[in-house]
Ligand binder design. Structure first.
Ligand SMILES: NC(=O)c1ccc[n+]([C@@H]2O[C@H](COP(=O)([O-])OP(=O)(O)OC[C@H]3O[C@@H](n4cnc5c(N)ncnc54)[C@H](O)[C@@H]3O)[C@@H](O)[C@H]2O)c1
Length: 317
């Protein structure tokens, strides 16, 4: 992967997590030095151990809200640290919202004091469950501020607003990526998101659980494509939020059947009641990213799932 920012030193918060570790890999491969901050709330220890084999990688274990940032010298920050996933959002609402808002505030303030560029990783969740389809960046969303998803959604919305405020008040150079669902090798074995759950169930012969009828849709982007988009966005002059996701809609029922076919599993599909306020459809309009970054994700869902499944079975050997 091409990275045109030689010699810049990066901080990646949340770098021990799923997307963050792939991002650290790509930056290191291009010869950059990377400092990762992660409190290991949902991070993966093996990611850190593997990355530490590269002398250009350093790891600081700590909470992005309180860890000592004084001595750090970098010129760019990717801010990914966040608590994600329905169970955490449901059971740890305060920790989710405070990690999101206080973490973003701390990083933006620190970066503004030093003239360091920040790429803030936001989410398609900020669009809520409105009628606009596909979702473009100009859509303001339809989200319930006191609903079951609100700790995560409102933290991301506040994070974006903080980015804007720091740009206006302190001239901070800041980029905002709105990611739609991301998948690929290297997820946590207890990752609650739909693709990891389906693969695990299919591989172990357990039923795949679908909440609702299976007709709600999502789009799934392979992690390498997302990392490429994040790097391009960081190196661009694009201001304002940018969608990054795969522009193909798939129903959850179809996804389950695809996973069953690719894993050659005879697991059943069980249907449970729909999750409250779960958006019915999600599909990114990525025309802005195509036009401004020349970014166009390449890995199809079937190809990406094959790679993810192979990696899952290798991890079990
Ligand atoms: N995976 C997706 O489909 C997706 C979609 C949209 C947005 N995102 C965003 O992308 C980013 C990365 O997501 P991911 O899928 O890699 O999740 P992840 O849970 O694998 O990674 C998040 C990382 O942040 C760390 N972290 C949490 N709280 C922290 C804190 N207070 N201090 C330091 N580190 C902390 C966790 O330990 C973890 O390693 C998140 O900001 C998430 O909201 C992800």
């Amino acid at each position: 992967m091409e990275v045109d920012s030689k010699g810049k030193g990066y901080l990646v918060t949340g770098g021990a997590g799923f997307i963050g570790s792939h991002l650290c890999d790509a930056l290191l491969k291009s010869g950059e030095s990377v400092i990762c901050i992660d409190n290991m709330a949902t991070g993966i220890r093996e990611n850190v151990a593997r990355l530490l084999e590269n002398p250009c990688f350093s790891f600081i274990e700590g909470d992005v809200r309180s860890v000592d940032l004084e001595g750090l010298s970098v010129t760019r920050v990717y801010h990914l640290a966040a608590l994600c996933g329905v169970p955490l959002v449901e059971h740890e609402p305060l920790e989710v919202i405070l990690t999101g808002i206080e973490g973003a505030l701390r990083i933006l303030r620190w970066a503004a004091d030093r003239g360091v560029r920040v790429l803030y990783v936001s989410s398609s969740e900020i669009y809520g469950s409105g009628d606009m389809h596909p979702q473009s960046e100009s859509y303001w969303g339809h989200a319930n501020p006191v609903g079951p998803r609100s700790p995560y959604v409102e933290a991301k919305r506040a994070g974006e607003a903080l980015c804007r405020a720091y740009r206006i008040k302190h001239g901070l150079s800041v980029r905002i990526a709105r990611l739609f669902n991301v998948y690929g090798p290297g997820f946590r074995s207890d990752d609650p998101r739909v693709i990891p759950q389906f693969i695990k169930s299919a591989a172990s012969g357990n039923p795949l659980i679908i909440y609702g009828t299976g007709q709600s849709s999502r789009s799934f982007c392979y992690v390498d494509d997302i990392v490429e988009g994040l790097i391009k966005l960081m190196n661009s002059e694009v201001e304002g939020p940018l969608n990054l996701g795969f522009p193909q809609e798939v129903e959850i029922g179809e996804l389950a059947n695809l996973v069953l076919r690719l894993t050659k599993s005879s697991s059943k599909i069980n249907y449970l009641p729909a999750i409250s306020e779960d958006p019915q459809r999600r599909l990114p309009d990525i025309s802005r990213a195509k036009r401004l970054l020349g970014w166009n994700p390449k890995v199809t869902l079937e190809e990406g799932l094959k790679r993810t499944i192979i990696s899952w079975f290798r991890g079990k050997e």
